[in-house]
Design a protein around this ligand. Structure first.
Ligand code: PLP
Length: 316
């Protein structure tokens, strides 16, 4: 592994000039190693932020000014709209739209999610790229293994690296990928939205197994989605066939609560993208934005038969 360098300062050179690294709010060798690895996977450059939400805030503040409007995919991660609502007092507005079609006119930023969490719709990337506004694709769930948004005309890919990229539920981190991020890096340094080296180091380690993890999680999720579709207590299954994230509905909120608290292998917790399977009823966070019986399942690396046995018992 690359060494973990926790220094906050590095000496100037023998002439007293600044070297590549001088103060860790600007960058560090540990950040650069992780950013290069992620940039290579995305086909561009990458910059890290202290969380996915921190990356969202930094990118929105950097790209927009008071009076601007963001068109955000309806049914995308509810926290993104919460972040945008929080920015409303600085004059940044947002409207929701159906990302499977063209974005509305007269917006200054388009925010897609591939696939959306927890509705699992895929955006129309071509329609978005034809719009004059810059396009951000939150591809946390697809990961660069299944989608490289920059190759589809997007201007930026965004990740909660807390999820699949780091992959082990032990690092809170965000990332933005783009073609030229020099100005965004300056913005990060000046606003101090800079991540800790320990999380970046865990990302570097996680990326080494990203492909093998998400391919296995996808195989298992495909099996489970098929079995769930055939189960009499399951009303709907959403699974686009990539990554380990799926959602399914049981009849009522009470039934969902009983199912999520009845598993033994699958942990009843939030988040997604880790090696451990987690499942939760999303109504607890998203209220009536989601069907009351919607359960979100993030499939980990456990044995598929053991996972199905656990789900079957819980549904029973
Ligand atoms: N984007 C998506 C799709 C997410 O699922 C999340 C978190 O759940 C975020 C962004 C926010 O990331 P973080 O929790 O790292 O701030």
């Amino acid at each position: 592994m690359e060494p973990l360098d926790r220094s906050t300062i590095w000496p100037y050179d023998e002439r007293g000039e600044v070297r590549d690294y001088y103060y860790s709010r600007d960058g560090s060798p540990t950040l650069t190693a992780a950013e290069r690895a992620l940039g290579d996977l995305e086909g561009g450059q990458a910059l890290l932020f202290p969380s996915g939400s921190g990356a969202t805030t930094a990118l929105a503040l950097w790209l927009l000014q008071p009076g601007d409007t963001i068109a955000v995919a309806a049914g995308a991660y509810y926290g993104t709209a919460v972040t945008f609502s929080t920015l409303a007092k600085w004059g940044i507005r947002h409207v929701e739209f159906d990302q499977t079609g063209a974005p509305p006119d007269d917006v200054q930023l388009i925010w897609l999610e591939a696939p959306s969490n927890p509705f699992l719709t895929m955006p129309d990337l071509e329609a978005a790229a034809a719009h004059p506004a810059p396009v951000v694709v939150d591809s946390t769930v697809a990961t660069p293994i299944f989608l490289r948004p920059l190759e589809h005309g997007a201007d930026y890919a965004l990740h909660s690296a807390t999820k699949y990229l780091a992959g082990h539920d032990d690092a809170l981190l965000g990332a933005v990928a783009g073609r030229d991020l020099a100005d965004l890096k300056t913005f990060r340094t000046r606003t101090g939205i800079s991540p800790a080296p320990d999380s970046a180091w865990l990302l570097s380690r996680g990326l080494k197994t990203l492909e093998i993890r998400v391919r296995r999680q996808t195989e298992t999720a495909t099996i489970l989605a098929e079995k769930l579709r055939a189960h009499p207590r399951v009303q709907a299954v959403r699974y686009p066939g990539l990554s380990g994230l799926l959602s399914f509905d049981v009849e009522t909120a009470d039934a969902a609560r009983r199912v999520e608290t009845s598993t033994s292998l699958i942990v009843n917790a939030t988040s997604l993208g880790g090696v451990t399977s987690v499942m939760e009823s999303r109504a607890r966070w998203e209220g009536d934005r989601v069907p009351p019986g919607l359960l979100r399942l993030s499939v980990g690396l456990e044995d598929p038969d053991a996972l199905w046995a656990d789900l079957q018992r819980a549904l029973q």
